[in-house]
Design a protein around this ligand. Structure first.
Ligand SMILES: Cc1cc2nc3c(=O)[nH]c(=O)nc-3n(C[C@H](O)[C@H](O)[C@H](O)COP(=O)(O)O)c2cc1C
Length: 368
């Protein structure tokens, strides 16, 4: 919408997000780094990793499980036990010391899991629909198995897991929470009809498939207030075996149904570039017109496309994943037009300090 273009507004202008005045509109996208230690607690290295990136207007943490049932990967952190909360507290303190803000991404992986994470029991999902692929377990790579469909009576308990995660995030010193409703995990499994074939009030019509998201949002907003809760959705992302017969209708209704909560933001994975991008198939403009709160867009953005998204009014903020992973001082580099570090994909998931806290800031020399 050209009429909405505002050249004074770009990635570096502050933004009022709920009660928080963010220093800029660059958001660090949530990124699983698979370096959690024994007991699914973030390590002390994570404290350094997030501290280094605290100049982002807002950091969204890596996905963090709300319960043991929500686990689906090795070495990923949780937020359902006291030791996990204490470990996250060190991260949030570090980010706050640097004047940054951080939300916890609340995660339940649903069918994207394996019985070995659950004492041999099947992972749970809306329906007993599996998908192709292999998962890394503590015993090595294993094929995914079809999950067990949640009983209707169990669903309130799963909603309560998210509410408990939200409470723990508060204890851990986070500034808010983001519901992981993207990329084929539990909330997304309910939303899309390729993974939800339920015949109870949580399946069938779009309204029914959106019900779980709405119930979780209501529960978590009850803990934090809506203006410190964000929701992440990925309408057209097909990872983890996802599909929907009419993504525009499904996600338009989801965005509409979230309006009453006065959320901090809606965060859309809707790639402009990169492996997940599908030219001509972006959906954020449609949802922008429906959702009444702040919008974050994500996926393949760079400094120029990010500035354009904000200036044009397409979005209020832009989140960056890989660019923040490889550049702790991304905000400065984008502002100065400085070159970027090259990301090392071999160290994205798992490992030690290398590829985690040793990407140099401008002017720093790599340890080598
Ligand atoms: C190493 C890695 C881990 C990721 N983990 C998560 C995650 O925990 N939660 C999530 O919602 N998205 C996750 N994503 C997706 C990113 O948040 C983002 O959507 C994606 O990288 C595209 O944005 P970009 O082009 O700016 O990197 C991950 C991406 C990467 C590269």
């Amino acid at each position: 919408m050209m009429s909405n273009t505002n050249r004074e507004r770009n990635l570096f202008t502050p933004f009022q997000l709920g009660p928080y005045e963010l220093r800029n509109r660059l958001v660090m996208a949530p990124m699983t780094r698979s370096r959690a230690v024994e007991g699914n607690a973030v390590s002390d290295l994570a404290v350094e990793y997030y501290r280094q990136r605290a100049t982002a207007g807002l950091i969204v943490s890596e996905g963090t499980q709300v319960s043991p049932q929500g686990v689906g990967y090795t070495h990923t952190p949780g937020i359902h036990g006291a030791a996990q909360v204490a470990a996250w507290r060190k991260v949030t303190d570090a980010v706050h010391e640097e004047g940054g803000r951080i939300f916890a991404q609340l995660w339940h992986t649903g069918r994207v899991s394996h019985p070995s994470f659950h004492g041999g029991e099947l992972p749970v999902a809306p329906s007993a629909i599996g998908f192709e692929g292999q998962v890394l377990t503590y015993e090595g790579m294993r094929p995914y198995v079809a999950p067990r469909a949640l009983e209707t009576e169990e669903i309130a308990g799963v909603v309560a897991q998210f509410a408990a995660g939200a409470e723990r995030a508060y204890e851990a010193g986070f500034d808010g929470v983001e519901l992981h409703g993207a990329n084929g995990y539990l909330i997304d499994q309910f939303l899309r009809d390729g993974s939800n074939a339920r015949t109870d009030p949580y399946g069938g019509s779009i309204q029914n498939r959106v019900r779980f998201l709405v119930e979780v949002t209501r529960a978590v907003a009850g803990v934090w207030g809506g203006d410190r809760v964000g929701v992440r959705l990925s309408p057209r992302v097909a990872v983890n075996g996802m599909s929907d017969s009419d993504p525009e209708a499904t996600f338009s209704y989801a965005a509409y149904a979230l309006n009453p909560f006065g959320l901090a933001y809606l965060h859309l994975v809707d790639p402009v570039a990169g492996p997940m991008a599908r030219p001509g198939a972006r959906i954020s403009a449609v949802l922008r017109a429906i959702f009444r709160g702040p919008l974050i867009v994500n996926g393949g953005f760079e400094a120029d496309t990010g500035n354009e998204a904000v200036a044009s009014g397409q979005a209020d903020l832009v989140s960056f994943g890989v660019p923040f992973l490889a550049n702790p001082d991304l905000v400065r580099r984008y502002r100065e037009g400085a070159p970027l570090n090259a990301p090392d994909r071999a160290t994205f998931y798992g490992g030690d300090a290398h590829g985690y806290v040793d990407y140099p800031a401008l002017g720093e020399v790599t340890a080598g």
